[in-house]
Design a protein around this ligand. Sequence first.
Ligand SMILES: [Zn+2]
Length: 316
Amino acid sequence: MKSWLLSVQQQLSRQVLSNKLPHALLFSGVSGAGQEELARWLINVLLCQTVFNEDKMAQQSVIQACGYCKTCQLFSSDSYPDHLTIVNDKATIGVDSIRKLSQFFEKTAHIGTAKSALIHHADTMTVSAANALLKTLEEPTSESFIILTTDSSDRLLPTIISRCQQIEIRPPVGEKLLLEYSKQGDDAFVNLSHLNELTDENSALAFTDFRTQVEQYLSAYEHRTEILTTLVDRREGFRWLEKVLVDLMREQWGWQTTERKSGQAIAVNKQQLWQIYKLVQGASTKLKTLVQVNRQFLSEKLLADIGLVVKISTKK
Ligand SMILES: [Zn+2]
């Protein structure tokens, strides 16, 4: 668990122990702040059959699921029948998923008494999905818990937010953040938007690969397909592209940044880099502000536009 989640865990533990946990909670924060792991911890605590051991609880400020009961075992292998996880990190969560959730709560629990659902990236719900969820939030069944996570709570309907207890997770910034991940402390420009790459090794590796691919794209028009896949499939794809470009610009101005592994010189000059950066920013803004935007088309067009700026031949 990330160290900064402790105070939130303590608060939620007190609520659980005093039976004051609401039916619906919203965990928000920047990407990588830990909303997903916090949600899994809380749900496991709520479902575990042996966690409510009175004298154990008296000393602990943070409750923990036992980890060995039948419920905990099934939950850890994602096969607990009284829990439903809804996730769609590619595009949107549609109304069908939310209908499934309502039906799920209508049935009685198979094993314990509590039922739970987790909606990751709740901000990607379509309007009709969000409206369907509102109904479920308004008519909670007993012993049911719905937890929503998001890294863009400003894109959630206010009516959804108002029906949840919202917990905003605030990771440390600046030097404190670097201290948490001292191995990455060489990047002078690290900030909260890079939290995912700092805290998750797979993300870090994927980002490093992506950086190399973009650098080679700018030099030799290679890896178009891989870059396109990242832009289309990963939520952070566009931000990553911005970060790579910013790093390259800093490098050209002789500013300190993380070391570049490929070692290749970049074939584009400062002016071209700046033009490319503006293109990426423009596409990013479209992605954030337009409701019906075709991510695939937008990404393909962006890569083609970048190619035009670099004026590299497209014969490959
Ligand atoms: Zn357990």
